[in-house]
Design a protein around this ligand. Structure first.
Ligand code: 4AD
Ligand code: MG
Length: 433
């Protein structure tokens, strides 16, 4: 017997095949049962009658949700069935029967989100969560494909670091071997500045950590960041790269995961629009937009979620805000030559209120200026000697950015909170399961 995956069921119309999976749900109606099976690639409705297949019927009757099963039956087109096909079940083997004493905790009804997060290891089996994880995987695949296609080489940054990259207030301290202190990385940037000087165009893609005390729908304590860095690149080069990367990710999902987007009831029209060029405005223009909308932000203020939502709401695609005040940005950002109070920086704000998905800048390449900025930020110069070496030995203008994967995927999926788009979210009050 041919074993198939449910996503391919349509190719076997009229044939008898085997599916290996789990019982997602079952409805019983007299001498008929209507089980729904899932196998990780999709769900398919089955039908089994007492008269034609008494053995399979008895095995299915009363079978508990999430019992693992190997089922055989004929595939046939059925317009009313989810996915357009159903299976006439003729044979079933129960691999493990879930005990009635400990039924599967997630029923097909509404549950509170705290309960679901406690059950995250099981919650991911539901069609919505499984679709989100597949979309995440596709977003990563198309991001890598894009970066590799642009001639960027993957160089992975370390997770243990001796110093801060993005401010000391969100550092996770680790008790390293023999009482040495280390920190979990907040960003791989400093390290890929080094690999960029070795290889030209590079990127790192991995987990990053922030001891965020904020409890918002946009913050995780562990999230994934894709960070490109290029030697001899300047701010506009990175804005071009950023819009290309984000477009590639969105279009990859639109093209390759239409069924998953449909499961999420995502408005695909809005995503199809996401193509370069993206609008670009200066920070000062953005402050003007805020004033026009009655927001009190003034020059020198950092933007929070509310401000970002107002700024992005006048655009149908992500907007890039550039030239933020130097004073509110990280120590490594290159000040503008003519306006040193402004940094050669940009943030990309996603539409529909999803906020900042990219933060990037041109980096200081002058040794003395970098030392001055480290001191102003009270950072330990000793830990940055290797980083200063990059300014001692053939320093060149260079630039890069970091794209937050979960924020980007949350926007693509249209989820309310970013905790749904990572398999096991880590947040201020959650490290379980
Ligand atoms: O703007 P950020 O802090 O930039 C950096 O870390 C730079 N060193 C990157 C670089 O230039 N190589 O973070 C970059 C992105 C943000 O735009 C956001 O999308 C995401 O990372 N991010 C978070 N995502 C989830 N939870 C958090 N706590 C996040 N903090 C930042
Ligand atoms: Mg930022």
């Amino acid at each position: 017997m041919t074993t198939i995956t449910i996503e391919n069921a349509g190719k076997y119309d009229g044939q008898e095949v085997t599916v290996r999976g789990w019982l997602y749900n079952i409805r019983e109606s007299g001498k008929l049962v209507f089980p729904i099976f899932r196998d990780g690639t999709g769900i398919i409705q089955g039908v089994c009658s007492l008269k034609e297949n008494p053995e399979a019927f008895e095995a299915l009757k009363g079978l508990t949700q999430e019992s693992s099963v190997i089922v055989t039956g004929k595939i046939r087109a059925e317009q009313r069935a989810p996915g357009g096909y159903e299976m006439g079940v003729s044979k079933i083997q129960i691999v493990q029967r879930v005990s009635e004493a400990t039924p599967f905790p997630i029923q097909l009804k509404e549950h509170g989100v705290d309960f679901l997060l406690d059950q995250r290891h099981l919650w991911i089996r539901t069609p919505r969560q499984a679709s989100i994880l597949r979309i995440r995987a596709e977003a990563v695949r198309s991001a890598r494909e894009f970066m590799d296609g642009q001639g960027y080489t993957l160089t992975d940054a370390p997770m243990f670091t001796p110093a801060a990259c993005e401010g000391t207030s969100t550092l996770f301290e680790v008790n390293y071997i023999d009482d040495q202190k280390a920190y979990l990385t907040q960003s791989g940037q400093l390290y890929i500045e080094a690999t960029a000087m070795a290889l030209g165009k590079v990127y790192t893609f991995g987990p990053t950590f922030r001891a965020e005390k904020s409890k918002t729908r946009r913050h995780l304590t562990e999230f994934w960041m894709l960070e490109p860095e290029a030697a001899y690149a300047e701010l506009p080069d990175m804005m071009d790269l950023g819009e290309g990367l984000v477009s590639a990710m969105v279009q990859g999902v639109v093209k390759n995961k239409p069924r998953e987007l449909e499961t999420l009831k995502r408005d695909i029209k809005k995503l199809e629009n996401i193509k370069p060029p993206f609008p670009r405005i200066t920070y000062e223009e953005a402050v003007g937009v805020l004033a026009k909308n009655g927001n009190p932000a003034k020059f020198g203020d950092d933007f929070g979620g509310d401000e970002e939502t107002i700024i992005s709401s006048s655009f149908d695609r992500p907007v890039m805000v550039h030239h933020y005040p130097t004073a509110i940005k990280a120590f490594y950002m290159q000040p503008d030559h003519e306006r040193p109070d402004l940094a050669l920086s940009f943030d990309m704000l996603a539409p529909e209120g999803y906020g900042e998905i990219i933060g990037g800048s041109q980096r200081i390449h002058d040794y003395d200026l970098l030392v001055k900025r480290l001191k102003e930020n009270n950072l330990p110069i000793e830990s940055f000697q290797w980083y200063l070496d990059l300014r001692r030995y053939g320093s060149v203008p260079h630039a890069g950015f970091g794209l937050g994967l979960e924020r980007t995927v949350a926007w693509i999926c249209g989820t309310e909170h970013i905790r749904e788009v990572i398999p096991f979210p880590r947040m201020i009050y959650r490290v379980y399961p």
